[in-house]
Design a protein around this ligand. Structure first.
Ligand code: ATP
Length: 265
């Protein structure tokens, strides 16, 4: 999905996500398995957990892991942004929220990924506070709506301190999950996940680069590094093909090498 109400199973797999093993476990337990084996959960009378809030610094994989969980479960995925919701639907906000959840139920199993949850708070100042309040209330009605029938809601924020406390009660976004900046081992695992689809020369020491040269990098920074290294490699190849008499580029030579990473760093 990209526009509200239209959803698809995302194409992000667990293998595309580096690190974040604890989140993988949680989402397997609370989302993937209940969707795949509903009968067992029903037989045990399990009260399903359906609301999660991912919080942590930007670019560390909140969106990615939510998509991977939906993909793994074979569920549809709707991506909603808090600020967009506010700006687009002034005046008809309750209807918009109701429609959103209705659509999610129609295409269940469905994961609603609700980005920028912090935008929806009544404590943002007086201007427009009533709009926010109505929207928030409708949202809470939907979140509380008892049997949510295979609709999971994953909120995300970089600012957990300003998220409206009403959201955080059990049954709403009750499960708080921290998505931290990766440590050295996690950076290596992320870099390898990102590099999986790229023609990296086998001599490149991805572990070493991630551990020794990328201190403080987020997953998004690592993705950016690979992107820059790729451009370096492409430009070098184009440069050498332009200066050569031979028109034909040897595709097997099109790999990203250590020097490209060094230039990118
Ligand atoms: P924001 O808070 O800014 O919305 P986010 O935490 O949702 O950020 P993502 O959008 O999931 O971050 O990550 C941005 C990009 O960074 C991803 O598309 C991916 O390329 C890369 N990335 C981030 N974290 C990881 C990770 N753990 N594994 C693999 N790639 C990652």
């Amino acid at each position: 999905l990209t526009r509200e109400g239209f959803s698809i199973v995302p194409d992000v797999k667990w293998d595309d996500v580096g690190g974040l093993d604890h989140l993988r476990l949680q989402f397997n337990r609370y989302i993937v398995r209940p969707i795949k084996k509903p009968d067992i959960y029903k037989a045990f009378g399990v009260d399903l957990e359906t609301g999660f809030l991912l919080y942590g610094p930007p670019g560390c994989g909140k969106t990615l892991i939510a998509k991977a969980a939906a993909n793994e479960a074979g569920a549809n995925f709707m991506h909603i942004k808090g600020a967009e919701l506010l700006n687009k639907y002034v005046g008809e906000s309750e209807l918009a929220i109701r429609t959103l959840f209705q659509r999610a139920r129609t295409c269940a199993p469905c994961v609603i990924f609700f980005d920028e949850v912090d935008a929806l708070t009544t404590s943002r100042g007086k201007e427009g506070a009533w709009v926010v309040e109505r929207l928030l209330n409708q949202f809470l009605v939907e979140l509380d709506g008892g049997e949510r029938r295979n609709v999971y809601v994953i909120g995300a924020t970089n600012r957990p301190d300003v998220v409206d406390p009403a959201f955080l009660r059990p049954g709403r976004f009750g499960n708080l999950l921290y998505v931290p900046l990766p440590n050295a081992d996690e950076r290596a695992s992320i870099l390898k996940a990102i590099a999986r689809k790229k023609p990296i020369d086998p001599s490149v020491d991805l572990d070493g680069i991630a551990k020794n040269n990328c201190e403080g990098f987020s997953g998004a920074d690592l993705a950016h590094l690979v992107q820059k290294a790729t451009f370096q490699a492409v430009e070098e190849m184009i440069g050498s093909s332009e200066s050569s008499e031979d028109d034909v580029t040897d595709i097997t030579q099109c790999t990203i090498k250590t020097r490209h990473f060094e230039q990118a760093l």
